[in-house]
Design a protein around this ligand. Structure first.
Ligand SMILES: C[S@@+](CC[C@H](N)C(=O)[O-])C[C@H]1O[C@@H](n2cnc3c(N)ncnc32)[C@H](O)[C@@H]1O
Length: 180
C-alpha cells in the first residue's frame, strides 16, 4: 500500500479513516454532474476511500465495484462490491470493456491509465478529479497541467477544467471523457 500521498509525508490510510472527522459523505460535484447524464449501469470506483462516490452511485441503482487498499475505509461500504487491493501492486485487474463508468477521484497512479482506458466500454465514460502539482506536494502523485486531458486524447471530452477543489486550496484537473 502506498503511504506517501502528498506533502511527501507518510499517510497510514487505515489510521486516517479510523478518525470519523476524515470521513466525507458528500459525493464529488463532478460525479453528481456525470450521474445526471448517464443511465445506471456498471461502475468502477478506483481508490474509493470511505465510498462517498461509490455509495452515491449505488443509491442511483448503479452496480458498483469499489477498490481501495484500506480495509477500514472499505468496511464503511455496503451495497457495493468491494475489493481490498493495492493498486500499485496491480492486485486488482481492471477487466477490459467491462464498465459504463470508471471514476478516479483524488488518486493518481500513472501506470493505471492504460487499463482504465481499456476498462471503459465503447460509449462509456471516465470521470475524475485529480490534484495538480503544487509547492510542497509530491509530483509523483500530482498531475502536470494538461496531463489528464492528454491521457484521454482521442476520446470525446465533454468537460475539462483545472480549478480549485471545493473547500480546498488545491487545484484539480477534472474530466468527463467518453470512449468512442
Ligand atoms: C485522497 S483519498 C481519495 C478517496 C476517494 N476517492 C474520495 O474521493 O473520497 C486516496 C485513497 O487512495 C487509497 N490508496 C492509496 N494508495 C493506494 C494503493 N496503492 N492502492 C489502492 N488504494 C490506495 C487510500 O486508501 C485512499 O482511500
Amino acid at each position: 500500500m502506498r503511504f506517501c500521498y502528498n506533502r511527501n509525508v507518510p499517510r497510514d490510510w487505515d489510521a486516517y479513516y479510523s478518525d470519523p472527522t476524515n470521513i466525507k459523505s458528500n459525493p464529488h460535484p463532478l460525479l453528481v454532474q456525470v450521474a445526471e447524464l448517464l443511465p445506471p449501469g456498471c461502475a468502477l470506483d478506483l481508490a474509493c476511500g470511505a465510498g462517498r462516490n461509490a455509495l452515491y452511485l449505488a443509491s442511483l441503482e448503479w452496480r458498483v465495484t469499489a477498490v481501495d487498499a484500506s480495509a477500514v475505509a472499505l468496511a464503511r461500504l455496503s451495497g457495493v462490491e468491494t475489493h481490498r487491493a493495492d493498486l500499485e501492486k496491480h492486485e486488482f485487474a481492471i477487466e477490459p470493456a467491462a464498465y459504463d463508468l470508471i471514476c478516479d477521484f483524488h488518486y493518481l497512479q500513472r501506470d493505471l491509465f492504460p487499463a482504465i482506458r481499456e476498462g471503459v466500454r465503447p460509449g462509456g465514460v471516465f470521470t475524475g478529479a485529480i490534484h495538480l502539482a503544487s509547492p510542497g506536494h509530491s509530483e509523483a502523485y500530482s498531475l502536470q497541467p494538461g496531463e489528464l486531458r492528454q491521457e484521454f486524447a482521442g476520446w470525446k471530452i465533454s468537460y475539462y477544467s483545472e480549478s480549485p477543489e471545493p473547500q480546498s486550496t488545491r487545484v484539480s484537473a477534472r474530466i468527463i471523457a467518453r470512449r468512442a
